[in-house]
Design a protein around this ligand. Structure first.
Ligand SMILES: Nc1ncnc2c1ncn2[C@@H]1O[C@H](COP(=O)(O)OP(=O)(O)OP(=O)(O)O)[C@@H](O)[C@H]1O
Length: 589
């Protein structure tokens, strides 16, 4: 006995089983939320089973009445038969409508919940996944979970009730018949084990393949200009072809296995139904049962076989559910960002925004998950009404510094905080909550499709047209927006399409300025502008009366002599440059 217990314990400790239990519990956590929907769905299903079983009994009576020439009860039984058939249809339709309604509700709610969790997941962890993979997990895996929650447990109850009630009726009339009707179960059980193994593997492969295909399409369409420019059309068509070939190969392999299983299941089904049929004829022949009982037996043997098959079908769907749960858990169980200081930051901002908010980085160290060490004992500071520049060779860490300031990355050592003006005593450590104090213009085009006004209002929905124009003027964008036939209501295509790189950059800066955040971060945000416009934009930001702290990263030293301080990011450090060094940089450019 002790040894047996040890064996069970060892089995339970196996990684895969523990994982399966964890996945089951994770699904259960959602299932608990929707218990009412599940009860309703189960009741409708059980009701449908009841109606169809009563129909079988009435149909038995009807056959007996006809074969026994009992004309007296014919009309009432016939009417009951029609009534129950209509009832059957109505229950099936009501159940279908209710399940669609509940399904849609649960699907959207679960997707919203997982979306919200993905949004607050640690940025660096999230970037280890391809966006195509993330979208597939969020859309198909979340739908699978929603479907499973609504259907799995209710169906388990419905099929079990259907099986037990049909079996009870059969046993009541003729227990031997039950043996014939259940003949197929051991064979089905034998078949299901290898099928299940293959199915689990296939589900995993299929999810990975879908993500790969989705990612490929997404990247291709968003880089169509580059593909054309490099004359890669043929290459990309061939790549899609080979991915599709891989996909078709996988599907066909699964299909071949399904065909084999279906043939075997059908043969078993035939044997079962002909045995039932034979036994029924024999019993009628021997005068033990009536014709009506035989027709009822045949219909119930169908119900029993289909209930067993449906119950067996719940096993692969459980496997597919746990796989989806695992894929979603991979994402939502990654470290989450810390938003616990929201209130504190709000109070801090209200208290100090009139005087301005500064930023201090002290002795900071950072290494990416990949092992690339970017900073060691790096320090810098920037205060209201200042423009501070970060310069340095490509790949030394300028963007990484901005990501650390925005708490998209978490420093491994040192401290980073925002403070009231230059007062280091009144401070708040940087965290995801502190992001509301910043406006950020990253590298690349970050405009969305819509109008210019819509793009700008994403950061301040209640901004008046005058406010938009003021921000556009500060960013030196009003010059060209004013000339457009629709002005601020002109259309912007996906990723700033319809505007030059420099124009899109100025629109992005205008959007950041409109938010009137205490700290503005510009990451090569003026790289596509001519030198004169670049200087004008930076000067406008500097002379704006709003007490803004501005940090810019740049490769061009043209704006350096109008900056309050310049830091060189190189060899893991962040060193303030002396005036002569800045002059030398400008001369050597
Ligand atoms: N997501 C990431 N994961 C791992 N390493 C990264 C990641 N992003 C950047 N790095 C590495 O960190 C270092 C600094 O990169 P970063 O983008 O901060 O440089 P940069 O100074 O802004 O460069 P550039 O001037 O070219 O924009 C580089 O060695 C880069 O390879």
């Amino acid at each position: 006995m002790k040894q047996k217990l040890k064996l069970i314990k060892k089995y339970l400790q196996k990684d895969s089983l523990r994982k399966l239990i964890r996945q089951g519990l994770w699904i259960g956590q959602y299932a608990r939320r929707y218990w009412k929907a599940m009860v309703l769905y189960t009741l409708l299903g059980v009701m449908g089973t009841g109606v169809s079983l009563v129909s079988s009994l009435i149909s038995k009576d009807l056959v007996d009445i006809i074969t026994g020439h009992e004309t007296g009860r014919l009309i009432s039984t016939f009417a009951a038969m029609i009534g129950f058939s209509i009832g059957n249809i109505l229950v099936a339709q009501a159940s279908g409508y209710a399940s669609t309604l509940i399904n849609l509700k649960v699907d959207t709610e679960i997707k919203n919940d997982i979306f919200a969790k993905m949004m607050v997941t640690d940025w660096e962890s999230l970037t280890t996944y391809h966006t195509g993979d993330l979208v597939t997990r969020w859309s198909s895996d979340a739908s699978n979970i929603a479907n499973g929650i609504l259907n799995w447990i209710p169906n388990l109850i419905i099929y079990t009730v259907r099986f037990i009630s049909a079996l009870a009726i059969v046993i009541y009339y003729d227990p031997t018949f039950a043996i014939f009707a259940l003949l197929g179960i051991p064979f089905s059980a034998l078949l299901s084990k290898p099928l299940l193994k293959r199915m689990s593997k296939n589900n995993q492969r299929s999810a990975q393949m879908n993500a790969k295909l989705y990612g490929f399409n997404q990247e291709t369409f968003s880089n169509i200009q580059t593909i054309k420019a490099f004359d890669l059309i043929k290459f990309y068509i061939e790549r899609l072809g080979s991915l599709q070939k891989e996909y078709i190969g996988m599907r066909l392999e699964f299909q071949r296995m399904s065909i084999l299983t279906s043939i075997l299941m059908s043969i078993i089904g035939f044997i079962v139904s002909y045995s039932c049929y034979g036994w029924g004829i024999y019993r009628v022949w021997s005068g033990v049962i009536s014709y009506g009982t035989m027709t009822m037996f045949l219909s119930l043997s169908g119900t029993l076989t289909s209930s067993v098959n449906s119950l067996a079908g719940l096993i692969p769907s459980a496997v597919s559910l746990t796989i989806s749960a695992g894929r979603l858990m991979d994402i939502v169980e990654m470290p989450q960002e810390d938003y616990s200081h929201d209130k504190e930051v709000e109070v801090f901002e209200k208290k100090y925004r009139m005087g301005g908010i500064g930023l201090v980085v002290e002795d900071m160290g950072y290494t990416y998950h990949t092992g690339t060490e970017v900073f060691k004992h790096a320090s810098m500071q920037a205060f209201p009404h200042e423009v501070v520049a970060l310069v340095g060779p490509s790949g030394e860490g300028k963007t990484t510094m901005l990501r650390l300031i925005l708490a998209l990355l978490c420093p491994k050592e040192g401290r980073m905080w925002v403070c009231a003006e230059e007062n280091r005593e009144e401070k708040i450590l940087l965290s995801a909550s502190a992001r509301k104090l910043f406006s950020y213009v990253p590298q690349g085009n970050t405009m969305f499709s819509g109008t210019i006004a819509e793009n700008l209002r994403t950061v301040k929905p209640d901004a008046s047209d005058e406010e938009l124009i003021e921000a556009l003027k500060l960013a030196c964008a009003w010059d060209f927006v004013e000339k457009l036939p629709d002005g601020i209501n002109s259309a912007v295509k996906e990723r700033g399409g319809g505007f030059s790189e420099g124009q899109a950059q100025r629109l992005s800066i205008a959007r950041a300025l409109l938010r009137k955040s205490p700290i503005l971060l510009l990451d090569e945000a003026t790289s596509a502008l001519d030198v004169a416009t670049e200087r004008r934009v930076i000067r406008n930001i500097m002379t704006d009366t709003y007490p803004r702290t501005c940090i810019v990263t740049t490769h061009r030293p043209t704006v350096l002599n109008i900056c309050a301080r310049v830091y060189a990011i190189k060899d893991k450090s962040c060193r303030e440059l002396k005036e002569q060094e800045i002059e030398q940089m400008i001369r050597e450019f």
